[in-house]
Design a protein around this ligand. Structure first.
Ligand SMILES: Cc1cc2nc3c(=O)[nH]c(=O)nc-3n(C[C@H](O)[C@H](O)[C@H](O)COP(=O)(O)OP(=O)(O)OC[C@H]3O[C@@H](n4cnc5c(N)ncnc54)[C@H](O)[C@@H]3O)c2cc1C
Length: 451
């Protein structure tokens, strides 16, 4: 039977997992071995579809040095295909989800089949961040995202290659393409976000690898058959042979949007994306695993491990409550908020002429909602909690990285960045211009996420 032949699917299972990457496969395998019936639903044509373009040897997965992620993905797929208790469905995704109150979830698949499950898990991974001004749509052959670059980079004809971004992905590709004989330019609006070891290797090669850090990114990228025209305020019009947009990733939204719709219809406020507030949503039988959770550094090993963590949570949830056991809401009602008050520093902010001459003093006050937390034990270390020093330095970094015209835009940047921190479910932030007028201060505040 080919992977795309509709697999027999029972009408109901204990858990339906959307997304059969390493996290989904790992969770499915664990729960099946624990005796549960699992439907594993993958919209690609095979499990671990997202790994199939990653054919280069990698050395990160312990015990598998030199093995490609594509080959590892084939092994994960083979295991779940043969696993009793896992009902694998490929080439399908849910087109509608309904939350059936105490009775779990109902999924309608592309081909019209209905499936009921007591618990639902999103293991749908990430997708590349591709702003419209930098990544023309429909996609053009010479403007690549990270996945297209990974697939094509060994065969890419040598030429002028522009990499937009300064994270690990951009740095690693800059070194690789330079070794292949490309003239590489690496361009970012901010500073390095890549590992120090990669940064040092690139600096040792500069100016052979041209670096444009702290430089406003292009305002227009247009490809034609011969190359790519790039326009920017700093460098005018330039031509490159290829441009790769490597600005990071965001959680794949497809399944999460369906969850949001289902909960809205049930009168429940939807979880924020990425879905992290497990105490609240686990009570609905809603779980998340792997990169989609933004709980950990995204890689295959953490995805496999996080699949197990999520599987154990599902197992606990599926068990009937023991006598005298407090419901989860009571065990986890310890909401925690980090407060940063009166943080003062200079920031390049404002539209007025005198505001463009240099930094002006501002004050930032922030509240970071960590949601319901387990009570931290006396011996817990800083690695288990969100370090407030990190929040302080992120605020300063976001406000000082570049000139920002509008206070509202600065608030937006702060909210977006802080909401991405693992465990953060809500942000309240206030930015005050301390010396804008002789007789008063001006402030704007914003609130996002859950409060
Ligand atoms: C270019 C690149 C290079 C990388 N290199 C490495 C490396 O060298 N080493 C390393 O360890 N990691 C690497 N990674 C990261 C690694 O691939 C991921 O961290 C890992 O695959 C995450 O596993 P996951 O199961 O959470 O998500 P994914 O592997 O992304 O799996 C998610 C699955 O969900 C499916 N899906 C999405 N939406 C739906 C839906 N609505 N319904 C049904 N199915 C859906 C997708 O098709 C996909 O199969 C790389 C990633 C990229 C993009």
């Amino acid at each position: 039977m080919s992977d795309l032949t509709p697999a027999p699917l029972p009408a109901d299972v204990d858990l339906a997992i959307l997304g059969a990457g390493p996290a989904g496969c790992s969770a499915a395998s664990w729960l099946a071995q624990l005796g549960h019936r699992v439907a594993l639903i993958e919209r690609g044509d095979q499990p671990c579809a997202a790994l199939q373009s990653l054919r280069f040897p990698q050395h990160w997965v312990l015990g598998e040095p030199g093995e490609s992620l594509a080959a590892l993905g084939q092994r994960y797929a083979a295991q779940v295909r043969g696993q009793t208790g896992v009902h694998l469905v490929v080439g399908q995704q849910a087109v509608q989800l309904d939350w059936l109150s105490g009775e779990g979830w109902q999924l309608r698949l592309d081909d019209g089949r209905l499936l009921r499950c007591r618990a639902l898990m999103l293991a749908t991974g990430l997708r590349p961040l591709l702003p419209g001004s930098l990544y023309p749509r429909p996609a053009q052959a010479r403007v690549l995202d990270s996945i297209a670059l990974a697939t094509q980079r060994s065969q890419l004809p040598r030429g002028r290659t522009l990499l937009l971004g300064a994270g690990d992905n951009a740095a690693e590709n800059a070194l690789f393409l330079h070794e292949q004989g490309h003239q590489v330019t690496l361009w970012s609006r901010g500073d390095w976000r890549a590992q120090q070891a990669l940064v040092e290797r690139i600096h040792a090669l500069a100016p052979a690898i041209a670096l444009r850090l702290h430089t406003p990114v292009p305002t227009q990228v247009v490809a034609d058959a011969q190359g790519v025209s790039v326009h920017s305020s700093s460098h005018g019009h330039e031509r490159f042979d290829h441009v790769a947009v490597l600005l990071g990733f965001e959680p794949e939204p497809s399944a999460w949007l369906l969850v949001g719709d289902a909960l809205q219809r049930a009168g429940i406020s939807a979880p924020s994306q990425p879905l992290r507030d497990e105490a609240r949503f686990a009570q609905l039988g809603l779980f998340v695993a792997g990169d989609a959770s933004a709980r950990q550094h995204p890689c295959v090993q953490t995805a496999l491990g996080d699949g197990v963590v999520a599987a154990k949570r599902v197992q606990e949830w599926l068990q009937p409550p023991r006598e005298n056991q407090a419901p989860p809401a009571l065990r986890r009602n310890n909401r925690q908020v980090i407060h940063i008050s009166g943080l003062r520093f200079g920031a390049n902010l404002g539209l007025l002429d005198f505001e463009r001459e240099g930094p002006q003093p501002i004050q930032v006050d922030a509240e970071i909602n960590l949601g319901a937390q387990m009570i931290v034990s006396r011996d817990a270390d800083i690695g288990h909690v969100l370090d407030y020093r990190r929040i302080r330095s992120i605020i300063i970094e976001e406000c000082t990285a570049e000139h920002t015209d509008l206070l509202e835009a600065m608030l937006g940047k702060l909210c977006t960045r802080l909401m991405k921190l693992a465990g953060v479910v809500g942000v309240r932030i206030k930015v005050t211009k301390l010396e804008i007028f002789p007789d008063c201060q001006v402030a704007i505040s914003a609130e996002c996420g859950q409060w």
